[in-house]
Write a protein that binds this ligand. Structure first.
Ligand code: AMP
Ligand code: GLY
Length: 422
């Protein structure tokens, strides 16, 4: 008899998790809350919001699930894992004290300092600080300014505009009390997802997100418009440095505490021209859309992997990877990221449960009163292709995307360009 699992969240990441759990022999029943119009294909969607901690604990008890997988960071920062563990339910996703690695940039910086992990030098500015003097002292433009709160991806400003910098700093100090000013790190970004528990850790293949809205990495920042995996910028020597300088020290640091880190640590990397990696950010969850390109490459029962990490049994497990490439393209609603047209009819996005070379992950989708599939958010869905080469994955992802129609929608046409440019 397989295990019963509850997945918390309702984006493309959670759809991808449901898909991987659906393919796992160890899983017999999948519940999702709140889910989306795509996740209902794998089990039951429930209507408890990911921000309702009491409701989530009650739902877990009512469903008698064997474990919970938490997609987004906010419930972890609110202590969902702590509450579940108190109730005897294993949780994939760290407890509140570790979720602060994402919830507070200053907490993350102090953890990196303590663990000796390379990251950008920083100053903390508050109401007493001479802002002009600080900006002058970090005169190497652009300035990198980070709010110290969970800001849904809108808490960082990278700018060469002095007025904009001062305005953002003053406004943030007024609302949050302080702010971080960081040294700008030049280089190329990559994401490394590390599954971790008390017994050990597993580095998943590195991936690369595309955060800007438009082709050529132009336009406003988004939650992510597409990704691919593995990312060749992380060569074997760089991978070794990431392991030695970042992952191993963070694992040792987190393991020295009385609460183990159980879940996935998302390491946002900047790799400089010498091939030296620095940490730009930590997240305490799978990235979205990195999750959609990483899970398909795991040559393992994903349900077993997540349950073991929630139960400190990771070291018992051999985790292999498929020698394939995955590429995902996000289809966004008209107006995204500034706004998002909702209620637009979606055609051609049927989820094929038996096709392991294409994953369609719904995100901002819902069913209208007549049962039609419609858009309900900014990033509507993503199409992931898995193939023997990155070129082939790119070609088939765009081909499948071409069959989907949403009036006014937009997507990038150059996902994978950094890896394919040469
Ligand atoms: P964060 O939320 O900390 O990941 O920052 C958002 C984005 O800002 C990152 O993905 C980078 O593109 C950029 N960024 C953050 N910190 C730095 C830095 N110190 N140097 C250069 N770019 C940065
Ligand atoms: N794709 C970036 C993130 O999930 O934070």
């Amino acid at each position: 008899m397989g295990r019963r699992v509850l997945v918390v969240g309702g984006g493309g990441r959670e759809h991808a998790l449901c898909l991987a759990l659906h393919e796992s022999a160890s899983i017999s029943e999948i519940h999702t809350t709140p889910g989306n119009a795509g996740t209902r294909h794998y089990g039951r969607n429930h209507d408890v919001s990911a921000s309702d901690i009491d409701g989530l604990v009650e739902l877990t008890k009512h469903l008698e699930v064997d474990f919970v997988v938490v997609g987004p960071e906010a419930p972890l920062c609110e202590g969902l894992a702590d509450r579940l563990i108190e109730n005897g339910v294993p949780c994939f996703g760290p407890q509140q004290m570790h979720a602060e690695l994402e919830g507070s940039k200053l907490f993350a910086k102090k953890a990196m300092d303590a663990a000796g992990v390379p990251t950008a030098e920083y100053d903390v500015l508050d109401a007493k600080t001479d802002i002009k003097a600080c900006l002058d002292a970090r005169s190497q433009n652009p300035w990198v300014i980070k709010r110290d709160v969970l800001a849904g991806g809108k808490g960082v400003v990278v700018t060469t505009d002095y007025e904009e910098a001062v305005e953002f700093i003053e406004r943030s100090i007024e609302s949050d009390g302080h702010i971080l000013l960081e040294r700008f790190l030049p280089g190329e970004e990559a994401s490394m997802l590390v599954v971790m528990d008390q017994s050990g850790f597993v580095c998943l293949p590195p991936s690369q997100d595309h955060k800007r809205a438009y082709d050529g990495d132009k336009g406003p920042n988004t939650g992510g418009m597409g990704a691919y995996c593995p990312a060749p910028v992380v060569t074997q020597p760089i991978h070794n440095k990431v392991l030695e300088r970042i992952v191993q020290p963070m694992f040792s640091y987190l393991s020295s505490m009385n609460v183990p880190y159980r879940g996935v640590l998302y390491v946002g990397l900047m790799i400089d021209e010498n091939g030296d990696p620095y940490v730009v950010e930590f997240n305490v969850r799978f990235g979205d859309p990195e999750c959609q390109v990483t899970l398909p490459l795991l040559d393992v029962d994903v349900g077993e992997l997540l349950f073991n990490a929630a139960s400190d049994a990771l070291a018992q497990m051999e985790v292999g990877f498929k020698p394939h490439h995955a590429l995902t393209v996000v289809l966004a609603s008209e107006g995204y990221p500034k706004s998002a047209a909702k209620g637009r009819k979606i055609t051609g996005a049927e989820v094929a449960l038996d096709d392991s070379s294409t994953w369609i992950s719904h995100a901002g989708t819902a069913l209208d009163d007549s049962g039609n599939l419609v858009s309900s958010g900014g990033r509507v869905l993503s199409v992931t292709s898995i193939a023997a080469s990155l070129e082939e994955a790119q070609r088939s992802a765009y081909q499948r995307l071409g069959q989907i129609h949403i009036a006014g929608s937009h997507h990038r046409t150059d996902i994978g360009h950094r890896a394919l440019r040469s």
